[in-house]
Design a protein around this ligand. Structure first.
Ligand SMILES: [Zn+2]
Ligand SMILES: [Zn+2]
Length: 132
């Protein structure tokens, strides 16, 4: 296979991953693979893994808190933000509360400083409605 062809294929998969992630918001490599296979049945887990690694290194996609099974999860939103994660279904949502809650949290742990972003866990709306 010509190097040129390999490069074009990689670009094609990177584009497909970016596009899929922007629709899903957050996704693991295996979730991305599942979606991308509907358009590119030949794509392998390794290809997806390489593409997400490259896109994350470039800063084209962000890194979200890991999925419940510990697998790496990617984020279409590259701006710094906080997350809510559902303990039941594992769904993840973007939020942006650090500026508001940081003073309260830091006051409660006097002398310590909070760094980075928050991941708050709970039960999402869909799961609450299912169980009510
Ligand atoms: Zn849920
Ligand atoms: Zn996010």
């Amino acid at each position: 296979m010509q190097p040129q062809t390999v490069k074009q294929r990689q670009t094609k998969y990177c584009d497909a991953i970016e596009d899929t992630l922007s629709r899903l918001g957050h996704a693991t490599n295996s979730e991305l693979l599942q979606f991308i296979r509907t358009s590119f049945p030949e794509v392998s887990a390794t290809t997806v893994h390489r593409a997400t690694t490259r896109l994350a290194e470039r800063g084209t996609i962000g890194i979200a808190p890991a999925a419940r099974d510990g697998s790496m999860r990617y984020d279409t939103n590259v701006a710094p933000h906080d997350h809510f994660m559902c303990n039941q279904c594992g769904v993840i949502r973007d939020t942006d509360v650090i500026d508001r809650v940081k003073p309260i949290l830091e006051q409660s742990i006097a002398g310590c400083a909070i760094e980075g972003r928050l991941t708050i866990s709970g039960i999402c709306k869909q799961c609450r409605e299912k169980h009510s």
